[in-house]
Structure formats: C-alpha cells, structure tokens
Design a protein around this ligand. Structure first.
Ligand SMILES: [Zn+2]
Length: 86
C-alpha cells in the first residue's frame, strides 16, 4: 500500500509523464480513502492549470513579437531589393 509521501511524489510525477496502469490504480485507491492526498491533488492540479495558462500567454506574446520582427525584416528586405532611387 502506498503511503502519503509516495502518493504526493507520484502525483507530481504524473504531471510530467503518464504513470503505469497499476501505479495509477494504487494511487487512486489511496486517494479514495485519504482526504489529505485528495486535497493535495486538487491543489496540485489547480497550480498546474494556472502555470499552463501562464505559459500559453507567454507563448502568445512571443508569437506576437516574432510577427513584428518578421514584418520589420520584410520591410528591410524590400528596401534592400528595391532599385536605387534616382
Ligand atoms: Zn494520503
């Protein structure tokens, strides 16, 4: 039987990788009867979601920045390729 320490470790691990089937079964068996770990899991999932949301926002900002950058380089290219003004 898993103890609370094992469960908290496995829960953190489960965010990064899929746990083997029987590990998940044992995890859920513990969660079913341990309110402490159930609460821990809820908090962990909440934090994880928030972090993910934040990461999405950062990624969006980076994409926007990239868009601006390429627009700028396009302009520069156009100027370079344009025939010299007489
Ligand atoms: Zn527990």
């Amino acid at each position: 039987m898993l103890n609370c320490k094992d469960v908290s470790k496995l829960l953190s691990e489960s965010l990064d990788r899929k746990l083997p089937f029987w590990t998940r079964v044992r995890l859920w068996m513990h969660l079913g009867m341990c309110r402490l770990c159930w609460g821990f899991r809820r908090d962990l999932m909440h934090i994880h979601r928030e972090t993910r949301q934040h990461a999405d926002e950062i990624e969006r900002d980076v994409h926007e920045a990239e868009g601006k950058l390429s627009e700028e380089s396009r302009e520069r290219m156009k100027r370079l390729l344009a025939p010299p003004q007489s």
